[in-house]
Design a binder for this molecule. Structure first.
Ligand SMILES: [Zn+2]
Length: 142
């Protein structure tokens, strides 16, 4: 077995998040129909094939939708976001065709009318916390 074969990770959210911690935006690609999925799927939703492979995406895409979040989940509140300090969450369509939701950086949440659908974005990684508690979050920047 080659080294590559032995290090294949399962198509799970945990494996996906581990890649995020390594600053890699990975997707699962169906070997049969070419469908690309982020987060990964173990079975292709299009053709039901179980033959998928990890690919590293280009990290490039365009903003497909967005919303300004004033009341976020706990891990965002811990980072100091609240009603007075909102953030932007968006859906990004990757060059590879997959849609993914993540935080959008480089935009002014107080001026949502200036945020344009279709704007090119590229992947970024936000780190929060120290040592063992450090977490890496997926984001996109304009
Ligand atoms: Zn497929």
């Amino acid at each position: 077995m080659s080294e590559e074969t032995t290090t294949v990770r399962p198509f799970s959210a945990a494996a996906f998040n581990q890649y995020i911690a390594e600053h890699k935006l990975m997707a699962a690609r169906c070997k049969k129909c070419g469908g690309v999925y982020v987060p990964p799927r173990a079975i292709c939703p299009k053709c039901h094939s179980e033959e998928l492979e990890w690919i590293e995406t280009s990290g490039k895409g365009k903003l497909s939708a967005f919303t300004v979040i004033y009341s976020g989940p706990t891990f965002m509140v811990e980072q100091g976001f609240d009603r007075k300090n909102p953030y932007v969450s968006g859906i990004v369509e990757l060059e590879e065709g997959a849609l993914i939701s993540a935080r959008v950086l480089g935009v002014d949440p107080t001026k949502p009318t200036e945020i344009r659908i279709g704007t090119p974005v590229s992947v970024d990684f936000v780190e929060f916390g120290e040592g063992e508690a450090k977490k890496t979050y997926l984001a996109f920047k304009m």
